[in-house]
Design a protein around this ligand. Structure first.
Ligand code: ZN
Length: 193
């Protein structure tokens, strides 16, 4: 498992709800946390590790020592967005790029935890922002899609670099064709969704 980068097509995949959580999925979630800490991230969605499920992990402290802050959101639903707030965001799938993104100041999220318990949280501040960013991933939306024209211009060159890198990786056979990727995602959906 590794973190995929823009413009990998799985980042644009609209994820499907999970129908079951088994030991294999629990192992995958553990690996997602480990990858996130390694990359010094604070949130990671399943799409970002090339998986098609509505699932993301968060630890606002980005610290393995703070395991009690680990949050897993399965099949999340966001509602009651209130107010609005602008702040800088980055993304592990868009390295070294940052931009101001406008989000709801307050949200309510309902989801299931890894142990199948119902989660109902009212969030604001940094945690509210992370959750909205990760939730976007599940719909195939990236923070660069929410930038204003000036901020978009500022990251354009970095995006071009990533696009060139992606094309090279494809030519070298390190990344499969769109068709191969779609077939793999469909298989994983058939197994769990
Ligand atoms: Zn992200």
């Amino acid at each position: 498992m590794h973190i995929i980068q823009y413009p990998h097509p799985t980042l644009r995949h609209k994820s499907k709800p999970l129908r079951r959580v088994d030991a294999e999925l629990q192992k995958i979630v553990r690996e997602m946390f480990d990858l996130m800490y390694e990359a010094k991230g604070i949130g990671l969605a399943a799409n970002q590790v090339d998986l098609p499920w509505r699932l993301f992990v968060v630890n606002a402290k980005s610290d393995e020592g703070d395991a009690d802050r680990e949050l897993v959101f399965i099949n999340p639903v966001l509602s009651r967005g209130k107010g609005s707030d602008e702040d800088e965001e980055g993304c592990l799938s868009l390295p070294k790029m940052y931009g101001d993104v406008r989000r709801s100041a307050q949200i309510v999220i309902e989801a299931f935890s890894l142990s199948g318990e119902k989660i109902h949280l009212e969030l604001d501040g940094m945690l509210g922002r992370i959750v909205q960013h990760e939730y976007d991933h599940l719909d195939g939306v990236l923070f660069i899609d929410r930038l204003g024209p000036t901020a978009e211009l500022a990251v354009r060159e970095d995006l071009d670099d990533l696009e060139r890198r992606f094309r090279t990786q494809r030519e070298l056979g390190e990344i499969g064709s769109d068709k191969q990727i779609a077939a793999r995602l469909a298989e994983l959906e058939a197994e769990y969704c």
